[in-house]
Design a protein around this ligand. Structure first.
Ligand SMILES: O=C[C@H](O)COP(=O)(O)O
Length: 310
C-alpha cells in the first residue's frame, strides 16, 4: 500500500487512527427496530421475495461438504423454484476453495457466480503469505468473488494499518475477482468498532463489506447492518463510489430478508436494491423465501419437505 511520503501526503490508514464518528447505540437499535415494523403490501412482498432470491449467496461452509452437496446447491441456485419460472437464479453460491472448481463446472454458462471464502476463513489465524496464497488458489480454481476475513485481533488492538494492509494485499491478490470483506461483527464488541472496520474495509478496496462468517454469534443483526449501511452511505456522499453490503449468518426467514431490504431502501435508496450491491449470505434462507412465494401464489403453505434440501 501507499506509505507516508516526504511531501506531506497523508495515507488513508492514518485517518482511521484519528477517529471515526461514534455510533449512538440506542438510536441505531431503535431505528433498525422501527424499520422492521413497516408493513409491506402483497405486490411489494412478492417482488421483495424474488429480489431476495436474486440477491442470495447460497452457502455451504461445512467440514462435511462433498461434490454431491455442492452440485445439488448449484442446481438449486440455477432453478430455485421449478414450479415458478418467474423466480430467477440466485446471485452466487459460496463455498470453500476446495469446491470452487466443482461449482464452476456445475454453473458453466449461467449467470450464477462462484464465491469462495479465503484468507484462512473463518478465523484468519494464518500468516499473510498463506492467506494470500489461499486467495490466489481460489481465483485460479475459478472463483468470481472472494470473501475474506479481517484480522479481528489487530482491529481490536488498534492496529488499523495492519488491517488495512491485509485487505489491500488481498484485493491485489484477487485480480479481477470481487472482494467481500468480512468484519465478523460478533467479535468486534461495539458499533464504534464496526463503523471503523467498515471504513477501513471500504478504503482498502473492498467491493462489499460483509457482517459475519456464520461461525460466530451474534452474526448478522439489523442494527449492525444499519451501521454498515450508513458507513457505505457516508462514503458514497463523500466520494460518489458505491460499495456493496452483505449481511450473513443467521438470516433464515423471509420476514428477516424483507426487513433487511427495507433497511437498504431507507438508508441507501433503490440504487442498492440490486445483486451488484446487496447480497444475503445464507445457508437456510432460500427454502423459507420459496415457501412464502408459493404461499403468495397459491394461497396455501406447502410443507417444507416439498422444497429440496440444499
Ligand atoms: O456467509 C454465509 C454464512 O456462512 C451463512 O450462515 P448461515 O448458515 O447462518 O446462514
Amino acid at each position: 500500500m501507499t506509505r507516508p511520503s516526504s511531501d506531506g501526503f497523508v495515507p488513508q490508514f492514518t485517518r482511521f487512527a484519528l477517529g471515526s464518528p461514534s455510533v449512538d447505540q440506542v438510536a441505531v437499535e431503535e431505528r433498525a427496530l422501527s424499520l422492521a415494523r413497516r408493513s409491506i403490501k402483497k405486490g411489494a412482498k412478492v417482488a421483495g421475495l424474488k429480489l431476495a432470491v436474486a440477491m442470495m449467496d447460497l452457502t455451504t461452509l461445512e467440514g462435511k461438504d462433498s461434490a454431491g452437496k455442492v452440485r445439488a446447491l448449484c442446481n438449486k441456485a440455477l432453478r430455485p423454484l421449478e414450479s415458478d419460472p418467474s423466480v430467477g437464479t440466485c446471485a452466487a453460491i459460496c463455498v470453500y476453495p476446495n469446491w470452487v472448481a466443482t461449482a464452476k463446472q456445475a454453473l458453466e454458462g449461467s449467470p450464477v457466480k462462484v464465491a469462495s471464502v479465503a484468507t484462512a476463513f473463518p478465523s484468519g489465524q494464518s500468516p499473510l503469505a498463506i492467506k494470500l496464497e489461499d486467495v490466489r488458489r481460489a481465483v485460479d480454481f475459478g472463483a468470481d468473488e472472494i470473501d475474506m476475513v479481517i484480522d479481528r485481533g489487530a482491529m481490536l488492538s488498534g492496529q488499523y494499518a495492519k488491517v488495512f494492509d491485509e485487505i489491500a494485499a488481498t484485493k491485489e491478490a484477487c485480480g479481477t475477482a470481487h472482494l467481500k470483506v468480512i468484519l465478523e461483527t460478533g467479535e468486534l464488541g461495539s458499533y464504534d468498532v464496526v463503523r471503523k472496520a467498515s471504513e477501513i474495509g471500504i478504503a482498502a478496496g473492498g467491493d462489499f463489506i460483509k457482517t459475519s462468517t456464520g461461525k460466530v454469534q451474534p452474526a448478522a443483526t439489523p442494527a449492525v447492518t444499519l451501521v454498515m449501511l450508513e458507513t457505505i452511505r457516508d462514503h458514497y456522499y463523500a466520494t460518489g463510489h458505491r460499495v456493496g453490503m452483505k449481511p450473513a449468518g443467521g438470516v433464515r426467514t423471509a420476514k428477516q430478508a424483507l426487513h433487511y431490504l427495507v433497511l437498504v431502501k431507507e438508508t441507501l435508496g433503490d440504487d442498492w436494491l440490486t445483486p451488484d450491491l446487496f447480497r444475503f449470505g445464507a445457508s437456510a434462507l432460500l427454502n423459507d423465501v420459496l415457501m412464502q412465494l408459493e404461499k403468495e401464489r397459491t394461497g396455501n403453505y406447502q410443507a417444507s419437505e416439498d422444497f429440496s434440501k440444499d
